[in-house]
Ligand binder design. Structure first.
Ligand code: SF4
Length: 280
């Protein structure tokens, strides 16, 4: 794959379109790489439009207190839930449900962990998926360099993009990383004209107060082209994994919010003019 030079006007959509063509014309250079995954979910209906296959790539640079996929944060080559596969093997699996994608206008979603953590593998999977004609979605925390985000964007139809909290100190305290890059990357994707659905985990006592939610809503409102938000209420389904993996569980005394509080948050975002879904 020939590396594409940065150009002064790379932010504009025209240049992005040229980049997309460039990547797709280099498709014969796809390396059929090896990478690590920890799950594949068939018939997924909450990870983008239609019926989808969701591939969960291992690895994540964040360490959110509430993570319900803690296996994704283990070292990739450890003897654990991660397994090594080739991108061709994954595509074979995805291809099995082509008829379902066609009927439902679905496709493939790459999630994690943080899928950009295995950038080369993800890029390979996305190129193969586009070559096969599938709609592609990337479910991301946005924590990656702007160059990587732009490269992935050239072969991604939809981003499911997490915004956890605007307050950078709280963000660092509860996820282990600063949110500067995350907030900048979502603006970049919007400038490129990419379709984005923002996902907000609602974590009791962390980011579900009115002030934090209003700050988040105000930030997203200023980004052109984003109209849809999914709220993801905190649940405890993944907590048994912490014990099994011998990881510290920092949310042991935090319990899911009641429906009233979740709908109050939904109304708040609707008041800002967003279409709001409640996911899981
Ligand atoms: S970004 Fe997602 S996968 Fe990574 S630690 Fe946070 S919740 Fe878990």
């Amino acid at each position: 794959m020939q590396f594409v030079e940065k150009k002064e006007n790379k932010k504009c959509r025209k240049h992005h379109y040229v980049l997309t063509l460039k990547y797709l014309s280099d498709i014969s250079d796809i390396r059929k790489m090896e990478g690590y995954i920890f799950d594949i979910k068939k018939f997924a209906v909450h990870d983008g439009p239609g019926i989808r296959t969701t591939v969960f790539l291992s690895g994540c640079p964040l360490s959110c207190f509430w993570c319900h996929n803690p296996e994704s944060r283990l070292p990739l080559d450890a003897d654990n839930s991660n397994r090594m596969v080739t991108s061709e093997e994954i595509l074979e699996e995805i291809r099995k449900d082509t008829a379902l994608y066609d009927e439902s206008e679905g496709g493939v979603t790459f999630s994690g962990g943080e899928p950009l953590f295995q950038f080369d593998f993800l890029f390979d999977l996305l190129k193969l998926s586009k070559k096969a004609g599938f709609h592609t979605t990337v479910d991301t925390s946005g924590y990656a360099s702007s160059e990587k985000i732009e490269t992935i964007a050239s072969v991604t139809d939809l981003f499911l993009y997490d915004i956890k909290i605007l307050n950078s100190e709280k963000h660092k305290e509860f996820t282990g990383v600063d949110n500067k890059m995350i907030l900048s990357n979502i603006k970049k994707l919007a400038e490129l004209g990419k379709e984005i659905i923002v996902r907000i985990p609602l974590i009791p006592g962390y980011n579900d107060g009115d002030d934090d939610l209003k700050e988040t809503a105000g930030f997203i409102k200023k980004i052109k082209g984003i109209s849809h938000i999914d709220l993801l209420p905190y649940h405890r389904l993944g907590i048994s994994k912490y014990k099994k993996l011998d990881l510290e569980l920092k949310m042991k005394d935090i319990w899911p919010s009641d429906k009233e509080k979740i709908y109050k948050a939904k109304n708040l975002f609707e008041d800002f003019g967003f279409k709001v879904g409640i996911g899981s």
